[in-house]
Design a protein around this ligand. Sequence first.
Ligand code: ZN
Length: 302
Amino acid sequence: MITRRQFIVSATASIASNHACRAWASAQADIGSAEIMTLSDGHLVLPESFLYGDLATDQVDAVLSAANAAAGGLEPPCNLTLFRRGDALVLFDAGSGPSFMPTAGKLPEALGAAGVSPDEITHVIFTHGHPDHLWGVLDDFDEPFFPNATHLMGEEELAYWTDPDTLETIAPERQSFAAGASRRLGLRKGRIETFRGGDTVLPGVTAIATPGHTPGHMSFEVTGETGRVLLIGDAIGNGHVALRRPEWHAPADQDPETGAATRIALLQRIAEAETLSVGFHLPGDGLGRIIRDGDAYAWSPA
Ligand SMILES: [Zn+2]
């Protein structure tokens, strides 16, 4: 069963103890005794070049207009996932934090509205090391924002962003990502645990390797007794071009060819199983289903 609330936290949600108005969408899915909730970190403002790069403008515009999406740049939401199972209160990704973009880094407000204190979070599990997923790990004073949490990242992803060579080898337009990741992960050195694709990271949390957007990007399947939800992360990065033309090489993917292969396989898996999913940058509160639509796919909000 799925319940969904726009603009307000559910008054019946056991995950929340306080109730406050919030100016964004949130969603919940009930999968037995485990609970899933999406929390908004705000949104990004992305230029057209980051999204579509060298793709033919007329073809991109045709896809956008068929999806009723505006041409040009995109202001995608950032939907984090909170998962409670047993004693574990798990946050997937840490949000942008205070210094990435003025429109993002709103997670502290979203947590407050949900009645969750950062020190209650037991685990922070990262999909990847990009700013909007990692930089919220530290506060304004470079102190851990989730002081009691075990932090976990895919082995390959952690190795990539902590490798001193990455700053030299990454494309110039991504150097600030590398510097920001290396600094934050460096401050948490030795205190980040790692896992691999296929691992059971925690009871009810299985990692799925979905490389391409970054070298070690991970998606996750989270399960309760009565259901499962697939956390896509940025492996499917938007609700129009990525679904209509998953084979197109997306400039937002660091390795566009691998990213496209990953996207095609993941879309097939999700659509066949009709799995409820959370997309970090998918529309609204990010919770919904990816369904087959002719020879491509479409987003169906929960
Ligand atoms: Zn992202």
